[in-house]
Design a protein around this ligand. Structure first.
Ligand code: F6P
Length: 533
């Protein structure tokens, strides 16, 4: 444990009992502990981070080499060194003038070429120039999982007000219930299927793709003509029978969970059109520019990462809740679960040694206000502290429902206030006295109504959930994960932890079909017996 970490922990311990509310005796606190970027504001003043902690955290970022690693990432160096790959998803949202070198080659011309092909295809589908056997495409099914599903599915939902193309549906789970429920009611003659898989080997996706092809073949003479593919593996898409004219490739330096900006975003482009998709990329690019240029003390991704490090590795809070007060961001927590937990859920440092601190946190959440009527109870009164990350738009899209937006925002602000302020035993007693309670019963009832308070949160406020703003938000979180990963000293871009389960599942399939289970542990053997019985 380095001195920097220890000093931070010592400081955190020394201020642990200090009410966060007391920090607002400094009238400049809200401004000093907020950061603006591209029209959005991140307020992290409702945390126990004070000037000293902030300075120490900023030093931690500096000595951890965040600036150097950032330059290496944007510069196309192979920072994903356990897979020998560069990390260049940022190039996918690069501007027209950008030049990004990787292995001595400018990757931008190929990115632009593929994006132009995507736009042509999207326009053809949206205008009816490309048709299915039954005419204009009415529905698109994106078959993919993990990064080939969560990103486009989340973005599609988030951009609902911009949909003017075919309806887009997502199938990810190998559970046949998923595809069965999605295709029910769809007309195969006017449906386009996108098989989205970076590797084109993922068993769930390939199984669902076969099922979709069989479903389509019942009505369509040439189902392959209504399939498109998005992958890094052109040979495999050809083997599946998809015409290369409808195959959109990308390189292995785009990680699955960072891939929505490129061809994996095809379904989004079909729903909202190439122009809105371009705005989405521009939002991501704007956050890149901010991340690259702003000094750490005013750098939104860096500060959000430092708040994360403070809460998880310094204060020891093991999870964080992402609470968008925006119904259209209801898939964001699931998206961030993959982004954060697949990226920073590691226990080994870059050099192969054990991580000296905890890895990234457990990330979870639901949109407000729904969560308030479900799990907020624990966040307010449970024994564990869960740092909360609220987010809300200044304005909603529904101008005629502005009064509902006001209520939404009030709820968002009220929750962060309640978490920080709490309710003391004396306040609870006064409430019970008014209700007529007396004696021991007053005391007992009052105790149930105490809120410990002093529970930290951040609030991200953005103008409106436009494609541009959504791009900013996603890129903000991507860079936050990157900075946390650098500070933790791990590789945020591999995912070896998903492999063992995949291998064992493949081995179990023939066993469930009647094979020999004797090599399995007692529990697995007994479950196999029970399932086969
Ligand atoms: O198993 C994990 C994973 O590799 C993710 O990282 C990835 O997003 C997902 O599977 C899907 O992979 P693919 O796009 O290659 O089908």
């Amino acid at each position: 444990m380095s001195e920097k970490w220890q000093a931070l922990r010592d400081h955190a311990l020394s201020v642990a009992r200090r009410p966060i509310l007391s920090l607002f005796e400094d009238k400049g606190r809200a401004a000093a502990f907020s950061v603006d970027a591209g029209g959005a504001r991140l307020d992290y003043s409702k945390t126990n981070i004070d000037e000293q902690a902030k300075a120490m955290l900023l030093t931690l970022a500096e000595v951890s080499g965040v600036a150097e690693k950032r330059a290496a990432m944007f510069g196309g160096e192979k920072i994903n060194d356990t897979e020998g790959r560069a990390v260049l998803h940022t190039a996918l949202r690069g501007g027209i003038e950008a030049k990004v070198m990787c292995d001595g080659v400018d990757v931008m011309p190929e990115i632009r070429k593929t994006k132009a092909r995507m736009a042509i295809f999207a326009r053809e589908v949206r205008t009816g120039k490309f048709t299915g056997q039954g005419g204009k495409i009415t529905d698109v099914i994106n078959i993919g999982i993990g990064g080939s599903d969560l990103g486009p599915a989340m973005v599609t939902l988030a951009l609902a007000p911009y949909h003017d193309g075919p309806r887009v549906h997502y199938v990810s789970n190998v559970d046949g219930a998923h595809i069965a429920d999605v295709v029910r009611g769809l007309n195969p003659e006017t449906t386009l299927v996108i098989v989205a898989s970076k590797t084109f080997t993922t068993i769930e996706t390939m199984t669902n793709a076969e099922t979709a092809r069989a479903w389509m073949a019942e009505k369509v003479n040439n189902p392959a003509a209504q399939f498109a593919a998005v992958s890094t593996a052109a040979d495999k898409t050809a083997a599946f029978g998809i015409d290369s004219a409808r195959v959109f490739g990308f390189e292995d330096w785009v990680g699955g969970r960072y891939s929505v900006w490129g061809p994996i975003g095809l379904a989004v482009m079909l729903a909202v059109g190439p122009e809105a998709f371009e705005d989405f990329l521009a939002g991501g690019r704007a956050m890149d520019e901010h991340f690259l240029a702003a000094p750490f003390a005013q750098n939104m991704p860096v500060l959000l990462a430092l708040v994360g490090i403070w809460h998880n590795q310094i204060c020891g809070y093991a999870s964080r809740a992402v609470l968008p007060y925006d119904q259209r961001l209801s898939r964001l927590p699931a998206y961030l679960q993959q982004l954060e937990m697949e990226s920073n859920g590691k226990s080994v440092a870059m050099d192969g040694s054990d991580l000296p601190t905890h890895s990234g946190p457990v990330v979870w959440g639901e949109p407000g206000t729904n969560g308030q009527h479900a799990f907020y109870q624990l966040i307010h009164q449970g024994t564990r502290v869960v740092p909360c990350e609220f987010m809300v738009a200044k304005a909603g899209h529904e101008a005629d429902l502005a009064h509902q937006h006001l209520l939404l925002v009030s709820n968002c602000l009220a929750q962060s206030e309640a978490l920080m302020r709490g309710r003391s035993l004396n306040e609870a007693r006064a409430i019970m006295e008014k209700k007529g309670a007396v004696g021991d019963e007053l005391e007992r009832q009052a105790r149930h109504r105490v809120f410990p308070g002093n529970r930290p949160s951040t609030t991200l406020v953005y103008p409106k959930l436009t494609p541009f703003v959504l791009g900013q938000i996603i890129a903000l979180y991507e860079h936050r994960v990157f900075v946390e990963g650098v500070i933790l000293g791990l590789n945020s871009f591999d995912q070896w932890g998903v492999e063992l389960g995949k291998e064992l599942a493949l081995a179990l399939q023939p066993i469930l079909e009647g094979g020999d289970a004797s090599g399995k542990d007692g529990s697995t053997q007994a479950l196999v017996d029970y399932l086969r019985g």
